[in-house]
Design a binder for this molecule. Structure first.
Ligand code: G3D
Ligand code: MG
Length: 315
């Protein structure tokens, strides 16, 4: 069950109110996404501003959906206000609308300049379409370098609001950032392997899980994950802690830094990234507590001991 769906059952009416701004160019799929996530359990309040804003309320959550691009001064100040006060930001990109990628990128950067705290979920939507851009094509235009440097919590994800593919998993991440620990998803995440580095870039260990056949399939993935991790280490060299989540081909790469150590784990595209982040953070703590020379810590043993259902096991 997705975290979001769980929350719908567990959050009480009087819990702290949170607002999420869902932004992107018109036609990106924002309304479709919100309606799909909320099903019919929401009320739509139409504000009187006379501009294209939709506000959906679900218990303690408020979703403000806003079309960007072509702002008039009135709209401009209005959306700046919404974005400033949002607890979470979701930017939706129509991955098939390549002609407007530059415009989308400008609007994305401007939105970020209005809010320097909220976690950001970047959704590359409509991946069901034949001409949908690949991750690389999107990353050529949308620059996350600044977010990494500023230690912002962000997640890049591809999904289809139409088919629902990867949609709920994306929201899991955001809701994790907005909610308390007891609301975390309890479902399992399958770890394909991990990368373990010292924070100055020295590689300590790299382990692929599964039988040779699966491992062989994941070798290229690991090379890419390794390159991404090293890039992350360089960009985060001045910071004690940091975390990020990247899409590497068909898998997700969760990388976290905690003082001396950087751990990356590779999980499946449908796996709950929020839970993987939680696992990696716990691993960091266990490594620190193990007190021995940390280079000797065998993460494989830790994962097998503490998360026996969470790594790939084949018959
Ligand atoms: P917006 O709220 O961002 O402006 P909408 O965008 O949610 O209104 O979506 C715009 C159009 O894109 C809609 O089509 C919607 O069905 C379609 N759409 C949304 N998400 C997806 C997706 O993942 N895949 C595909 N193929 N289409 C999607 P219409 O025809 O109703 O305008
Ligand atoms: Mg809309």
């Amino acid at each position: 069950m997705s975290l979001f769906r769980r929350l719908k059952k567990t959050k009480s009416e009087d819990s702290e109110k949170k607002s999420v701004a869902i932004i992107g160019l018109d036609g990106a799929g924002k309304t479709t996404i919100v309606k799909r996530i909320l099903k019919s359990e929401f009320t739509l309040s139409r504000p009187t501003f006379g501009v294209n804003i939709e506000v959906y309320k679900y218990r303690a959550l408020e979703f403000i959906v806003y079309d960007l691009g072509g702002q008039t001064p009135l709209r401009e100040s209005l959306w700046e206000k919404f974005i400033k006060s949002a607890d979470g930001l979701v930017f939706v990109l129509d991955s098939a609308d390549k002609e407007r990628f530059e415009l989308a990128s400008e609007e994305f950067n401007r939105a970020l300049s209005f809010n320097d705290k909220a976690p950001i979920l970047f959704i590359s939507n409509k991946i069901d379409l034949e001409n949908a851009a690949s991750t690389d094509e999107v990353l050529d235009v949308i620059d996350f370098g600044e977010l990494i440097r500023l230690q912002r919590k962000y997640n890049f994800t591809r999904c289809s609001a139409l088919t629902g593919a990867q949609l709920f998993e994306s929201w899991d991440w955001l809701t994790l950032k907005l909610c308390k620990d007891e609301d975390l998803p309890t479902n399992n995440v399958k770890i394909c392997g991990y990368l373990f580095f010292k924070s100055e870039g020295m590689e300590i260990d790299t382990v692929l899980f599964g039988k040779p056949k699966t491992q062989a399939k994941n070798v290229t993935l690991f090379k890419k994950g390794r390159a991404e991790t090293i890039k992350f280490i360089k960009q985060m060299s001045g910071f004690d802690t940091a975390e990020t989540l990247l899409q590497v081909e068909s898998k997700q790469l969760v990388i976290t830094k905690n003082k001396m150590n950087v751990i990356g784990v590779i999980i499946g595209e449908m796996d709950p990234a929020a839970r993987a982040v939680q696992i990696v953070k716990n691993l960091h703590e266990k490594i620190v507590k193990s007190a021995n020379n940390f280079t000797r810590v065998n993460i494989k043993d830790l994962i097998e001991k503490h998360y026996p259902l969470d790594f790939i096991r084949e018959k």
